[in-house]
Design a protein. Sequence first.
Length: 321
Amino acid sequence: MRRDHGGNIDAAKARFGGADWIDLSTGINRVPYPLARLAPEAWTGLPTAAAKEALIAAAQTAFGTQAPGVALAGAQQAIQLIPRLTPPGLARVLAPTYNEHAAALRAAGWEVEEVTSLRALAGADLAVVVNPNNPDGRVTSPEALRALGLQVRRMVVDESFADATPETSLAAKAGAKIIVLRSFGKFYGLAGLRLGFAFADAATVARLEDMVGPWPVSGPAIETGTRALLDRPWAEATTARLTAEAHRLDAIAAAAGWALVGGTALFRTYATPDALAAQERLARAQIWSRIFPYSPSWLRLGLPGGAREWDRLEKALSDAI
């Protein structure tokens, strides 16, 4: 079954026409990590064990954990695999959130309950929390998550949008009962590399490695990811820029009469009078946004990249007033 997602820019082009689109329907950094020339072996040879180990070490350093980890083709691959780690049982997902978690669990035979409070997750065989949450930016403290971990058989914490707020991360506590997922492509703006990580205990990581086989991540992704994850000056400068620009976007949206629902440094979600109408107004300016089937008012925007994109968005929103 095809599920509702951002990034469906082809559908926007087919419906509204035009070629010069700005895709703000995802939470992907539009000022990506600069690509450097790669060693020829990254393209011509199979990834080596040493290269894979270096990537995991870089990820552990970047994410502040010593827990065993596995590199995957995006956090999405982990979401697809985790339901198969154990026999199906009762899963509870803190909602509304990224819809692939519940969908992947249901497809694997789990009974899934989508709940709206952290307390309601207690008693589950598997609890899922996206933190910070997509799309409303809700943050659950690491202390609250650790307490929840004592009340469930196992917990998945999806930290795909946690790069700019490392204080929210539970990666250092990943283990047998807590699986922590991290994305690479969003913060580093290189989603096409398809790189993400799962951190847990050694047995769980070994099981995931068996499930994906010896080469789940390409040589170019390994070399680029290792380099980027160790580049702390870039990450710190990018966090500062994104944080400032998130406030800038909030001000532009407020001037258009939209109220902030929440968000992260990579996306903002607003309450609008009519989300579908707002999306269509932006689309006529060839700017694509994200709306949600469960809310008639919520619209999510990623942050523009560069002065030209900011000018186009500000004009489109001012014209909509």
